[in-house]
Design a protein around this ligand. Structure first.
Ligand SMILES: CC(C)(COP(=O)(O)OP(=O)(O)OC[C@H]1O[C@@H](n2cnc3c(N)ncnc32)[C@H](O)[C@@H]1OP(=O)(O)O)[C@@H](O)C(=O)NCCC(=O)NCCS
Length: 171
């Protein structure tokens, strides 16, 4: 396999990053959300490369929590091109994000996603922080937290910036 690396996304990456989504998520249209998130001041966007090709993307949105002065980050979307899946890129993106966010004292990462996958990537507890909008009961196990520091929140509700402040994204 070509060498893999993770970089902070630049505007030159955006077209190729947006093109990954219809391939990785054929049943969902996430390009509008991702376009809104790219370049947002609260977002850490990471590009995964195999050789000279863009093969994966992770978006982390820095957020606050009610009743707590800690900062957390919402992971999503995370996507790897179909031909590059199951080769460690998803995990590498998550680990790089964890390292960078911990260095800026972000205390936890939160995700709404497949618990079978995210548990393997360190999201080993159901989030004690409530989602910003009510989740369907069957999604509760999919709302997960990975603590990064001892200050990870134990209660409260996630406060999200504009691109995520849409109940449709959470239902
Ligand atoms: C889900 C996704 C991000 C995983 O990325 P990836 O690079 O293929 O995954 P990795 O190679 O890093 O896998 C890490 C571990 O998770 C396992 N894994 C990968 N995909 C999995 C899945 N869908 N379900 C359960 N486990 C999975 C791998 O076998 C590996 O386990 P191991 O370390 O014990 O071998 C990627 O497959 C993808 O983009 N899928 C389509 C879109 C999607 O579903 N995105 C987010 C989920 S909400």
């Amino acid at each position: 396999m070509d060498a893999t690396r993770i970089t902070i996304s630049t505007p030159e990456d955006h077209k190729a990053l947006l093109a990954l989504y219809p391939e990785a998520f054929p049943d969902e249209d996430l390009t509008g959300l991702v376009a809104d998130l790219l370049g947002h001041p609260d977002v850490l966007s990471l590009t995964a490369w195999t050789g000279l090709s863009i093969a994966g993307h992770a978006v982390l949105t820095r957020c606050s929590v009610t009743d707590d002065d800690t900062r957390v980050a919402l992971l999503g979307p995370l996507c790897v091109a179909p031909q590059a899946q199951r080769q460690g890129l998803g995990r590498a993106l998550i680990e790089d994000a964890a390292r960078q966010l911990k260095a800026e004292s972000v205390s936890a990462m939160l995700v709404l996603g497949d618990p079978n996958y995210y548990t393997l990537c360190g999201f080993d507890q159901v989030s004690p922080v409530a989602a910003p909008y009510p989740l369907k009961p069957e999604w509760r196990d999919a709302w997960r937290m990975r603590p990064l520091t001892d200050a990870a929140p134990e209660r409260g509700t996630l406060r999200v910036p504009t691109p995520w402040a849409d109940p449709v994204l959470w239902s």
